[in-house]
Ligand binder design. Structure first.
Ligand SMILES: *Cc1c(COP(=O)(O)O)cnc(C)c1O
Length: 355
């Protein structure tokens, strides 16, 4: 059986050695040595100023909204994983959907301004599939209207824009380190910001607002990453070169064989890629469903990332139509990519699709 993705498992011996260290330290969570090492290594690896590890990518978003005191409406994309929207609603914010560009599949900056009202407090775009957004144009609009920008960068681990980390744009970027993501800590995530004051505030927010043994400085929650998560992260980080090399190879194999037959998202010309996903666009939902059925008959399970378009979520009151996103959601399918997938598997998948 071939699923859309499989978590990367580092050598068990290596993970065991890290877990033994946790046993020796008897430090299981709360700013432990593994967490500190992983924060430092990720800060360097990604080329960012402040990176705060948290226990999942959804809490990373929630903490980011809280840290920037967001209120009222946020302008966001309808083409993403449901967590982008659900975290906003959970925090009492109203998502207002700016439709996407049909080539990049990211929020189209030209659609933002008409949606800005007195109630708008932020723009929350997503670098979908790791494809960098139009970060400069988005920042210009944010500056003009004094809005915060939070990038849901759950897919953008290691991605660069104009030679520097794409995580350095906006007020805050958030990452997810869920097992299915490119880099993972089983469950996990991070909040990234260039602003040192904001970073300090975030560190309080994720630890009940506690700033000293007998001091509670603010309201807070518990969003801490534990030492076992960090141990997994350290092992996976060691193997990033191997992970990226294999994913690029699979990606290139797919592209070579499918180019001309199926459309793929247009990558930002100033952005690097991390090969986290391999989305293809069918001409119609009918063709997508036919291909999906044939693949399933062969025990191959691609996923409809993303479906449905988030503006159509049943719990939303909003009636905004985003026709481009709705159309893309019906026609986009993510094909399997993971380190243990073979070239032979990819060839088999391609053959079925083309037939
Ligand atoms: C995975 C994901 C999240 C949520 O991250 P979790 O770690 O699973 O909570 C948020 N946004 C996007 C775009 C994602 O893909």
């Amino acid at each position: 059986m071939i699923p859309v993705t499989k978590p990367y498992l580092p050598p068990l011996k290596k993970l065991n050695a890290q877990i033994r260290k946790i046993y020796n330290s008897e430090h299981l969570t709360n700013k432990g040595p593994m967490l500190k090492e992983l924060e430092q290594r990720l800060t360097e690896y990604l080329g960012v100023r402040n990176l705060i590890l948290v226990n999942n990518g959804s809490l990373a978003l929630q903490v980011a909204y809280k840290a920037l005191d967001l209120k009222g409406e946020v302008i966001t994309t309808p083409f993403s994983f449901v967590a982008t929207t659900s975290t906003q609603v959970w925090e009492g914010l109203t998502p207002v959907f700016a439709d996407i560009n049909s080539n990049s599949l990211n929020m189209d900056p030209d659609n933002i301004e008409p949606l800005i009202t007195e109630k708008t407090s932020a723009i929350v775009p997503v670098h979908v599939y790791g494809n960098p957004c139009e970060v400069e144009q988005i920042q210009k609009i944010a500056d003009k209207y004094n809005l915060k920008v939070i990038y849901d960068a759950a897919h953008a681990f290691g991605v660069k824009y104009k030679g520097q980390s794409v995580l350095n744009f906006g007020d805050i970027s958030t990452l997810s380190f869920h097992a299915t993501k490119l880099f993972h800590t089983i469950e996990g995530g991070a909040v990234v910001t260039e602003d040192d004051e904001l970073a300090r505030k975030i560190r309080l927010l994720i630890n009940f607002g506690i700033s000293g043994p007998e001091k509670v400085e603010s309201v807070g929650t518990n969003a801490k990453m534990n030492e076992f998560q960090a141990a997994m992260g350290l092992c996976v980080l060691d193997d990033m070169n191997v992970i990226l090399k294999k994913r690029k190879y699979l990606h290139d194999t797919y592209v070579k064989k499918l180019k001309g037959s199926l459309k793929m998202p247009q990558w930002n010309s100033q952005g690097s890629a991390n090969y986290g996903y391999f989305p293809v666009l069918f001409e119609s939902e009918e063709k997508l469903l036919a291909a999906q059925q044939r693949l399933n008959e062969n025990e191959i399970y691609p996923r409809r990332y993303f479906y449905p378009s988030l503006n159509s979520l049943g719990y939303l009151e909003s009636s905004i139509k985003t026709p481009v996103s709705e159309d893309i959601c019906r026609r986009v399918l993510c094909l399997p990519v993971y380190v243990s997938l073979s070239k032979k598997d990819v060839n088999g998948i391609v053959e079925i699709i083309l037939s």
